[in-house]
Design a protein around this ligand. Sequence first.
Ligand code: TYC
Length: 102
Amino acid sequence: MNDDVLTRPRTRTKPKTERPKLHKVILLNDDFTPREFVVTVLKAEFKMSEDQAHRVMITAHRRGVCVVAVFTRDVAETKAQRATEAGKAKGYPLMFTTEPEE
Ligand code: TYC
């Protein structure tokens, strides 16, 4: 047998701490939620400026969806839930979802 191969310490192939995978929060368009309300939620939940929030809202309005921001999974899911709930509380179908980044 080959002693050298059997006793040689393994060399590390993985970094000690892996970077947590980031998750996208995605805003979905609908036909009912007022534009200004979408902007208000984006500002409150995602700490966006009026300008940023307006751009994200308009992109979702025109294209159907827009990536709002990326976070670790827990943070992304919590923010998406809270933002969706803010719409629901006003009777709007406003929807935020999450998906892992490639
Ligand atoms: N489409 C909505 C309207 O015309 C506005 C809107 C924009 C709703 C973006 C949701 O993610 C959204 N009132």
